[in-house]
Design a protein around this ligand. Structure first.
Ligand code: KIV
Ligand code: ZN
Length: 391
């Protein structure tokens, strides 16, 4: 069976940067854009050019810098926004305009005080106008997650006729369940004329912690682009985390879905974004958190020391983490203590370990975590320095 390529559309610099406190200056955006290009993302959403002169300038500079990825600018469905995006993307080797409008009942009624028919007209006009500037037009049906499928299909069909090349189906409010989101993509694949000529894209938010699951359900049902951010940064509870979807597809080869991402750069890229955005991910963050490859309970440590695969489904080196770590706490067992002591040059015999272990537990009950220095101290207290070999 042939492998299908899933395009990775990174929106760290647009949806991610909208987060309070995460604002980046142009120089920082350029550093991140260059890294994203190196990482192998297919599309970089560089910003929302009409939103501010600074964002406009960032999109211009990113367009000049990026060598491989498509550079994309966001707009609403109006000429002024589209003019700004087209001007900002002038220097991009492969530009894309991302335009769209809300399609759910709530958006049509409360945001636009409009009607479904008028929304379709605005959508078509926006795509046609954007098409006069660039070939590659992505259309987003905002709040598609809560949009009636039959109406969504109608919108999709019309914007395809108007020239859209990619259809973004955002679960803007993070409301959908994976089955529901997957079924929505399937429905569009089966009911929209011309759908075979465009790429369907998943853009999921994480309000209920389902962004990653929904994006995977989307590609399992025929979508071929995932919109995501490094560390899952984004509006409210965030967007789909790039590192999560990429590693899910890599670790489940039977899905026959692949990306262009150099996964060994994931950890460093996560660190780079944390550093510039000033937001630290939680230690238990999947793939890139400090504890993602750290083992602290005795049972797990014993298993990992015998064979890493007993408790790890990913090789840390595949995401750019040098090795798994054995964290010593009061829950650790003898195997872990002997292992860490050995790394420090102490080959403990069984008798020595029996002597050191109770002392280790005394120390560990007083501290959250036992450091290398503590191990030297414990061994000294137990008077078995004679076995120390220079590391
Ligand atoms: O969440 C969303 O609907 C968006 C669109 C603007 C693409 O970010
Ligand atoms: Zn979004």
């Amino acid at each position: 069976m042939s492998t299908n390529r899933v395009q990775i559309f990174d929106t760290t610099l647009r949806d991610g940067e909208q987060v309070p406190g995460c604002k980046l200056n142009t120089e920082q955006k350029l550093i991140i854009a260059e890294r994203l290009d190196l990482l192998g993302v297919d599309v970089i959403e560089a910003g929302f050019p009409i939103s501010s002169p600074g964002d406009f300038n960032s999109v211009v500079e990113i367009s000049k810098l990026v060598k491989n990825a498509t550079v994309c600018g966001l707009t609403r469905a109006n000429k002024k926004d589209i003019d700004a995006a087209a001007a900002a993307l002038k220097y991009a080797k492969t530009p894309r305009i991302h335009t769209g409008i809300g399609t759910s009942e709530s958006h049509i009624k409360f945001k636009f005080n409009s009607s479904p028919e008028k929304i379709i007209e605005r959508a078509k006009d926006a795509v046609k106008y954007a098409k006069t500037f660039v070939e590659d037009i992505e259309f987003y049906a905002e709040d598609a997650g809560r949009t009636d499928n039959a109406f969504l299909a109608k919108v999709c069909e019309e914007v395809i006729k108007s020239g859209a090349t990619v259809l973004n189906i955002p679960d803007t409010t993070g409301y959908c369940l994976p089955e529901e989101y997957g079924a929505k993509i399937k429905y569009l694949k089966e009911n929209v004329k011309g759908i075979e000529n465009v790429i369907l894209s998943c853009h999921c938010h994480n309000d209920l912690g389902l962004a990653t699951a929904n994006s995977i359900a989307g590609v399992q049902n025929g979508a071929r682009q995932i919109e995501c951010t490094i560390n899952g940064i984004g509006e409210r509870a965030g967007n789909t985390a790039l590192e999560e979807v990429v590693m899910i597809l890599k670790q489940h080869p039977y899905l026959n879905l692949d990306t262009n991402i150099n996964t060994q750069l994931l950890f460093d890229t996560s660190q780079l974004v944390q550093q510039h955005m000033g937001i630290t991910v939680q230690p238990n963050k999947a793939v890139v958190g400090d504890n993602a490859f750290a083992h602290s309970s005795g049972i797990h440590q014993d298993g990992v020391i015998k064979n890493r695969e007993t408790y790890e489904i990913m090789n840390p080196e595949d995401v750019g983490v040098t090795e798994s770590s054995i964290v010593l706490t009061a829950r650790s067992g003898r195997a872990a203590l002997a292992y860490r002591a050995k790394n420090l040059g102490y080959e403990l015999t069984k008798i020595e370990l029996d002597k050191v272990y109770p002392e280790f537990l005394n120390f560990a009950d007083k501290k959250k975590e036992i450091e290398d220095q503590d191990i030297h101290e414990i061994i000294k207290v137990c008077e078995i320095l004679k076995t120390k070999v220079e590391a």
